[in-house]
Design a protein around this ligand. Structure first.
Ligand code: FEO
Length: 168
């Protein structure tokens, strides 16, 4: 059984994962419209992955005797000032998600909910992978510079998204 505090945080995480999915969907659509098939493909896949995370939290809350709350849609930004800026935003968002997962882990320890704490370890690892994957993209962007986003786009076409084999 989940404590009220843990259930509240898990439900808040459902909303955050759902927003992550929308945010990356919006970025994917923007990149597609700008003519970057590689970048948009990566972001569409990332959006699907975030939806998968949301579902995992929903199932977990319901399976543990809680009640998952399906959040309403919050509109993500529709415009980005550039590719570099957009991936900086992706990194900031992932760091925010990592901090949020860590907060739930801390609450689980406080509430002595070691089952949920153990389950969350998959997401702790997932966040390490996600941040590393975005860092790899930021490193590549630094190398190509703003003049050669076309080459960067071709490069990222072959790149797999993070964590497709974990936390699923
Ligand atoms: Fe579901 Fe990118 O954190």
């Amino acid at each position: 059984m989940l404590s009220t505090k843990v259930e509240e945080l898990l439900n808040a995480q459902i909303e955050k994962e759902g927003y992550s999915s929308l945010l990356y969907l919006s970025m994917a659509s923007w990149a597609e419209e700008q003519g970057y098939p590689g970048i948009s493909k990566w972001l569409y896949a990332q959006s699907d992955e975030e939806k998968g995370h949301m579902l995992e939290f929903i199932h977990f809350v319901n399976d543990r005797g809680g009640k998952a709350v399906i959040p309403g849609l919050k509109k993500p930004p529709a415009e980005h000032s550039g590719i570099q800026e957009m991936f900086n935003d992706v990194m900031s968002h992932e760091q925010f998600i990592t901090a949020s997962i860590n907060d739930i882990v801390a609450m689980c320890i406080e509430e002595r909910d070691f089952t949920t704490q153990n389950w969350l370890q998959g997401f702790v690892s997932e966040q390490i992978e996600e941040e590393a994957s975005v860092q790899e993209i930021l490193d590549k962007l630094k190398l190509v510079g703003s003049n050669n986003i076309y080459m960067f786009d071709r490069d990222i076409l072959g790149m797999r998204t993070s964590g497709t084999d974990t936390a699923e």
